[in-house]
Design a protein around this ligand. Structure first.
Ligand code: AMX
Length: 480
């Protein structure tokens, strides 16, 4: 099917009059059997803002109809377990940019990671997708052309200016402050530029909320990679700052500003940023941004809040924890640890009341495809790296042990089980910094959805809470 898409893409690109008709290719979604449209556009439609302006009324109408026709349809029953258990399995959020299937993993606007790797424009033929392409897809639901991605890259570069006070705010913190604390501080300092806040103070109409949100969102996405690089260079490279290179795409430029200029590291960063962007709406960082944004807090405020959630060890900080844990394995048992020794090490971790970082998930029930594509990258570019080989051994050793525990719902590795060893291989060895990379990438998913939150007029989020007494009384009544 994908080969057919490529042929059609080439055909439509060549015939500009036809492409103006915005031809559509129908593809069956293997996720739910529903028909999905992959829309091709004229290469000259490079203005993302205009694209959204066109799309928003369609989607507003769609939501209105959904509400008026199906508003009273039940989506499921809420159990006491769900209320006590962190709302697992409770459908309660609208999140347009991506959807997570427990077995198949993430789909960005209907496209799986392998599909994105095939259809999104790359820097080099057959290379990893450009994150700007994924951003375009998240925002519009359409696969962009290379021209559109290049235009978005250029737009982002033009927005990547950082006021001095941001650097001052960061450097007012001790250099030893956790990089995520420095990052959230930097994002909060950027907030003083918020276009949304200015427009709201001037009394902008609700129907136009999405426009300053769009400006903030794109500015923020552009700025976070610069702020993140500043923090890295400040903490680990004697404050020697590397300026942006205007000839590079988002992922490569980020890698360059961090100080890593090998073509393989550029490719890794493109892949890394692409796969960490979005993971539907219920995870801690995405949900936090959505919740805070629902109070009409601007994208900076919402994203800074999300970063504070991402900084938790059960969520984004797991990538730091994984590499530190792997390094502790090597320190104690050496790189050539046997599977038996590794099993003992895993049991020691569990018996000391800790989790095995990088394994398990709140929704996924199979190996995370974000893990799989990183494994494929490693097999291609660093098959002999000893830490990669250790990660491979863990893939064999950990799931049976977690299954044996009897309570772990998903014994398989998640995204964080793999990312550290790839970064470490190319010289980015400072594990405490890893969650910042995750945060930079997550800005794309979170900000895309925030634009749609405002475009679709989502209301203040305010679920009902109850006390244990309320639950006990409710259950007593239900039983009588
Ligand atoms: N190691 C040890 N125990 C684990 C475990 C792991 N990797 N994963 C789950 N468990 C335990 C839980 O702690 C829980 O124990 P409890 O009943 O004694 O409290 C029990 O198994 C049931 O948990 P679950 O329903 O399977 O998972 P969850 O939805 O409550 O939590 C997650 C999901 C990710 C927090 C959990 O699997 C975990 O702690 N994993 C390790 C940390 C990690 O890798 N986090 C990153 C996740 C991806 C991301 O957000 N970046």
């Amino acid at each position: 099917m994908l080969e057919h898409i490529f042929l059609l893409m080439a055909f439509f690109r060549g015939v500009s009059s036809l492409s103006k008709l915005r031809s559509r290719i129908v593809q069956q979604s293997s996720l739910n059997g529903s028909v999905r449209w992959l829309q091709m556009q004229s290469a000259s439609d490079v203005d993302l803002h205009l694209q959204l302006k066109e799309l928003i009324p369609e989607q507003q109408e769609r939501l209105k109809k959904l509400k008026s026709v199906h508003g009273k349809v039940h989506l499921g029953n809420i159990t006491v377990d769900m209320v006590i258990g962190g709302m697992r399995g409770m459908t309660g959020l609208l999140w347009e940019t991506s959807l997570l299937d427990p077995d198949e993993g993430i789909r960005f606007r209907g496209l799986s990671i392998p599909e994105c790797q095939k259809v999104l424009p790359a820097a080099t033929p057959g290379g990893e997708p450009l994150p700007e392409g994924l951003l375009w897809l998240l925002l519009t639901g359409k696969v962009p052309s290379k021209e559109q991605v290049d235009a978005l890259s250029k737009d982002l570069r033009s927005r990547a200016k950082i006021p001095d006070h941001v650097y001052k705010a960061i450097t007012s913190l001790p250099e030893t402050a956790h990089p995520m604390t420095q990052f959230a501080t930097g994002v909060m300092a950027l907030q003083v530029q918020s276009e949304f806040q200015k427009a709201y103070e001037k009394g902008i109409s609700k129907s136009r909320f999405w426009e300053p949100t769009y400006e903030d969102a794109l500015n923020l996405i552009a700025q976070v990679s610069v702020v993140a690089s500043f923090i890295y260079r400040r903490m680990y490279k004697n404050g020697e700052i590397i300026p942006a290179d205007d000839g590079l795409d988002y992922g490569a430029n980020f890698s360059h500003m961090l100080g890593f200029d090998s073509p393989k590291m550029h490719e890794l960063m493109r892949l890394y940023v692409t796969i960490h962007t979005d993971h539907e709406g219920g995870n801690v960082s995405a949900h936090t941004a959505h919740l805070v944004g629902s109070a009409l807090s601007d994208p900076y405020l919402s994203f800074a809040a999300a970063l504070n959630g991402l900084a938790g060890p059960l969520h984004g900080l797991a990538n730091q924890e994984v590499l530190l844990w792997i390094k502790s394995v090597v320190e104690q048992c050496g790189e050539n640890i046997t599977k038996e020794q590794l099993k003992d090490y895993v049991w020691t971790t569990l018996n000391s009341g800790k989790v095995v970082p990088g394994f398990g998930h709140g929704v996924l029930r199979k190996t995370d495809p974000r893990y799989t594509c990183q494994r494929e990258f490693a097999l291609k570019h660093l098959p002999d790296d000893p830490l990669f080989q250790l990660v491979s051994k863990l893939y064999e050793v950990v799931p049976p042990i977690l299954t044996e525990l009897g309570k772990v719902k998903n014994p398989w590795p998640n995204v964080d089980a793999h990312s550290g060893v790839l970064l470490n291989h190319f010289g980015l060895t400072e594990a405490r910094y890893y969650t910042v990379l995750f945060g930079v990438s997550r800005s794309m998913g979170i900000c895309s959805q925030l634009i749609w939150d405002r475009a679709l007029g989502f209301p203040l989020e305010r679920p009902k809470s109850v006390t244990m007494e309320w639950l006990e009384n409710f259950c007593k009544k239900a039983a009588s």
